[in-house]
Design a protein around this ligand. Structure first.
Ligand code: SF4
Ligand code: SF4
Ligand code: FES
Length: 231
């Protein structure tokens, strides 16, 4: 199989043998360990947990440790590149700082009401708010949705699908007491209202989350808070 890897402005070509059940990450690892030790890429868990192995595969953002070559190879060719919409550090490695800075801007950290002296707060699994939290909590921060979003490309200030999904998850968490502050943080020009509901984020999310639905929920909650005079 021919593998073209974007390295800076140019593509470098490698010949990689096909293997049964081979993943795209296996291909990159083979290149780096066998053909070219100077190739830079990032991974940690290899089992779809850490979110660090995402890259562009034939121009589509994907987690590479769980993407089988058989599913994506075209005419015995693969083209690999760094995730879109993020600054490249080197080869296949991008700088995730702005991605996670946006989580902070969207107030993506849990702010509990209780102190360490209190007992645990239990949230019944069947309660509506718990279901909304569970729908978004499994985000692994891979950046695939961020790379898939055209609004991020057009407006680099846009908070993006992952940060907004995180904000919505916390807005629904009954143990958190900073919802209004969070809604304020996501209601500006670069927040939820900038989303055009293109759904590319949801189509691409490897954890089958729906940032599009989360953003729609934020839009409704912001509108409700404005009507009630809370924002
Ligand atoms: S639904 Fe919104 S956040 Fe998701 S890709 Fe489209 S514009 Fe981006
Ligand atoms: S929402 Fe999905 S695609 Fe986006 S960072 Fe989280 S796990 Fe990755
Ligand atoms: S290496 Fe951890 S998600 Fe792929």
């Amino acid at each position: 199989m021919k593998v073209l890897v974007k390295r800076g402005e140019a593509f470098q070509e490698y010949e990689v043998p096909r293997q049964p059940s081979q993943t795209v990450l296996d291909v990159v690892t083979y290149i780096q360990r066998t053909l070219d030790p100077t190739l830079a890429y990032r991974f940690a868990c290899r089992v779809g947990m850490c979110g660090s192995c995402a890259m562009m595969v034939n121009d589509v953002p994907r987690w590479t440790c769980r993407t089988h070559v058989d599913r994506v190879v075209k005419k015995d060719h693969l083209t690999l590149g760094p995730l879109r919409n993020l600054p490249v550090i080197r080869d296949l490695v991008v700088d995730m700082r702005e991605f996670f800075d946006k989580w902070a801007r969207a107030k993506g950290e849990f702010r509990g009401r209780l102190t360490r002296q209190d007992d645990f707060e239990r949230v019944p699994p069947a309660s509506p708010s718990r279901k909304l939290v569970d729908a978004g909590i499994e985000c692994i921060g891979c950046g695939v949705c961020y790379a898939a979003c055209d609004v991020v490309k057009w407006n680099p200030d846009y908070l993006g699908p992952a940060a907004l999904n995180r904000a919505w998850t916390l807005v629904n968490d009954v143990r958190d007491n900073k919802s209004m502050e969070r809604l304020r943080a996501v209601s500006g020009d670069a927040g939820c209202h900038a989303c055009h509901s293109h759904v590319s984020c949801t189509e691409r999310c490897p954890k089958h989350l729906s940032p599009t639905a989360a953003i729609a929920g934020l839009k409704r909650s912001v509108a409700k808070a404005v009507l009630q005079g809370d924002l």
